[in-house]
Design a protein around this ligand. Structure first.
Ligand SMILES: NC(=O)c1ccc[n+]([C@@H]2O[C@H](COP(=O)([O-])OP(=O)(O)OC[C@H]3O[C@@H](n4cnc5c(N)ncnc54)[C@H](OP(=O)(O)O)[C@@H]3O)[C@@H](O)[C@H]2O)c1
Length: 322
């Protein structure tokens, strides 16, 4: 099969044997795969796959089930599915534990479905499970124009109209508002902490991928019993803060990573997403924001686009395209 290999931070098309699906796995003929920030880290040698996972880049895919492994019973050959992967998405075929696989909602194409798993599962786990979101709470999403940010807006607008984001340009801010945010703060022109102080808004939940200097500002604008959840630290993993805010406001500071979880753990979130988010998609209340898709041959352009941060929403590889 064709797959995308990498050397010296450059990606290139290569060929390898297709392995058979193992116990509890199914094999998917991949039609599309989402490009994620973590893929860039992996290409640079900073984010190796967890033990036992494919060395091939790619954390999610959509496609058609083409083989069933021993003891797998949830899907049949020909089913249209999407899946959260520990690796292996940048390839024509991938084997994955069936607990990590979801049917594709009927109103989503095979190409678009490659954009669903990684961001929806991450948003669900961090907002609904870890931060215990309740309807109509005030939520702030940093990186509102990112794949994660646009997913969070498009889901949460169904449950609250108190949704705020930060983003790095007027165009990105306008797009976030069009998607459903109440307000978007261009952090390059306005200090987000000052914005919330001036507007006298106290935030119940913050989802942060920036870290560093944002930590102490986040603690300051959180409401009593507020929750701050980290999924990345794009600015810095080191931060300084006034811990009194945590004590006096009874804040909860948490975070999570998805890739390293077991199939059982991922499967729990997969089931929650099928129960609670798939109906939103079927009813037209959630649509993925897809910025651009690239053929396999143009994978370096897809990564350059992500590294430029000029995109809004998800970038896809169209594995069957071209
Ligand atoms: N923990 C988990 O389980 C998990 C799962 C999925 C993703 N993630 C992480 O969540 C983050 C977002 O993922 P994604 O795929 O949605 O990425 P993405 O689409 O590439 O978005 C990242 C955005 O972050 C913004 N940003 C803010 N500060 C930044 C900085 N200092 N450096 C670079 N960008 C900065 C940029 O937009 P502006 O123009 O607004 O700055 C950029 O477009 C990534 O770090 C990813 O690794 C974590």
């Amino acid at each position: 099969m064709k797959f995308i290999n990498f050397k010296n931070e450059k990606l290139f098309l290569d060929e390898c044997e297709i392995e058979s699906p193992k116990e509890n796995q199914i094999q998917i003929e991949v039609h599309s795969t989402g490009v994620n920030r973590a893929d860039i880290l992996q290409k640079k040698g900073h984010y190796p796959p967890p033990k036992g996972e494919s060395e091939i880049i790619g954390l999610e895919c959509a496609g058609i089930v083409c083989k069933i492994g021993p003891n797998s019973s949830k899907f049949k050959v020909g089913d249209k599915v999407c899946a959260i992967l520990g690796g292996g998405g940048y390839a024509e075929f991938v084997n994955v534990d069936e607990r990590q696989v979801m049917p594709i909602p009927s109103n989503v194409s095979l190409l678009e479905a490659g954009a669903l798993p990684e961001t929806i599962l991450t948003v669900y786990e961090n907002i609904f499970n870890i931060s215990e979101f309740k309807n109509n709470e005030v939520v702030l999403i940093h990186g509102g124009s990112s794949g994660i940010g646009t997913t969070a807006i498009s889901i949460l607008k169904n449950f609250t109209d108190q949704l705020y984001v930060t983003a790095g340009s007027k165009d990105k801010c306008d797009n976030c508002i069009q998607l459903g945010a109440k307000a978007a703060i261009n952090y390059k022109e306005e200090d987000f902490e000052q914005y919330f102080i001036d507007q006298k808004i106290k935030v119940d939940i913050i989802l942060d991928m920036v870290g560093g200097s944002y930590f102490k500002k986040n603690l300051k604008i959180l409401n009593q019993k507020g929750r701050l959840t980290y999924i990345a630290a794009l600015e810095s993993i080191k931060a300084e803060a006034n811990l009194l805010y945590i004590m006096t406001k009874q804040l909860k500071v948490s975070g999570s990573t998805l890739r390293s979880r077991s199939p059982e753990d991922k499967g729990k979130i997969v089931n929650q997403v099928i129960e609670h988010i798939w109906p939103l998609i079927e009813q037209g209340k959630y649509k993925p924001t897809i910025f651009q898709s690239f053929n396999m041959e143009d994978v370096n352009l897809a990564h350059e686009l992500m590294e430029s941060s000029s995109h809004i929403g998800k970038i896809l590889l169209d594995i069957k395209g071209g």
